[in-house]
Design a protein around this ligand. Structure first.
Ligand SMILES: Cc1ncc(C[n+]2csc(CCOP(=O)(O)OP(=O)(O)O)c2C)c(N)n1
Ligand code: SF4
Ligand SMILES: [Mg+2]
Length: 272
């Protein structure tokens, strides 16, 4: 019987700690599929954030290091400059990238660092209890905006990609989502294009992914997906924000697809 859905080779067999319906697990998997298809697992270095994805290294079977909250672009810069032939990417939440790490991301983009950034925008600080993030929508209730987010008190949702568009060092910026199979496929294409941008030594690229946090949105997983469709993407429109490389492929351009390891025959790595 032909298997239609298999575990990517570059994912471990560890069970994730994510809540039901969380977007992080889905996005981890998409990244692994891209890495498998490009056949680059042996030369990828990921820089994981502080946030709910802090344990990403347990789920990825390629080199992954940690950085202090918001500092992944600075750490990725150092790794990429020392190991220019490696494919280096950061994985960051909205608290990580759009709050404490705003300076790091802006300056990495402005320097045109040849790295890829995966920015997971779920509109809250998930790990620490659902506090308001810079990306929280107006009218949204969070642990620290109990009267909802109000423009005159808490300011407006920040659109990081649109801010970065003016930086000449940023060559490819795209916003995607994971609320439907179609958008998942587009997210995969965008991550593929970002990695291909880096492989082509073209400069800084970033994919912002709108992602559900059912736990701190106070919704079921299905309701969270519907909220993205009806509310969130109206504020954060999907699609390309900047693309100076229209000829760059968003499909597999390197390596070959090998038979996948479909059986979880490896123990989860220890967390030592
Ligand atoms: C320097 C520093 N400041 C604050 C914190 C506390 N902290 C940990 S995770 C986090 C926010 C995480 O939110 P986000 O980046 O959006 O990730 P999510 O959990 O939503 O995926 C904060 C404020 C910290 N660990 N280190
Ligand atoms: S708190 Fe939110 S972001 Fe964190 S694991 Fe749960 S659903 Fe995911
Ligand atoms: Mg978040």
């Amino acid at each position: 019987m032909k298997k239609m859905f298999e575990k990517p080779r570059s994912m471990t067999c560890a069970r994730t700690h994510y809540c039901s319906g969380c977007g992080h697990g889905l996005i981890h998997r998409i990244i692994c599929e891209v890495i498998d298809e490009l056949d680059i697992a042996g030369r990828v270095v990921a820089v994981a954030p502080v946030g709910c994805a802090v344990l990403a290294y347990d789920y990825w079977d390629f080199d992954t290091t940690e950085a202090a909250h918001g500092r992944t672009p600075a750490v990725a810069t150092g790794i990429k400059r020392v190991l220019p032939d490696n494919v280096v990417f950061t994985y960051q939440g909205d608290g990580d990238l759009a709050a404490i790490g705003t300076a790091e991301i802006i300056h990495a983009a402005n320097r045109g660092e040849n790295i890829s950034v995966i920015f997971v925008n779920n509109g809250v600080y998930g790990m620490t209890g659902g506090q308001m993030a810079p990306t929280t929508l107006l009218g949204q209730t969070t642990a620290t905006s109990q009267f909802t987010r109000r423009a005159d008190k808490e300011g407006f949702p920040i659109k990081i990609l649109e801010m970065m568009k003016v930086l000449p060092g940023a060559v490819y910026l795209e916003r995607t989502s994971v609320h439907s199979p179609k958008e998942v496929a587009k997210t995969k294409s965008a991550i593929m294009k970002s990695f291909n941008t880096q492989l082509g030594k073209k400069g800084f690229s970033m994919v912002e992914i709108i992602s559900p946090c059912p736990t701190y949105w106070g919704m079921t997983p299905l309701e969270s997906m519907e909220r993205i469709e009806k509310e969130v993407i109206k504020v954060y429109p999907l699609g390309s924000v900047k693309d100076t490389l229209p000829q760059m492929s968003s499909s597999r351009t390197r390596g070959s697809i090998k038979p996948r390891n479909t059986i979880c025959d490896r123990s989860p790595r220890s967390r030592g």
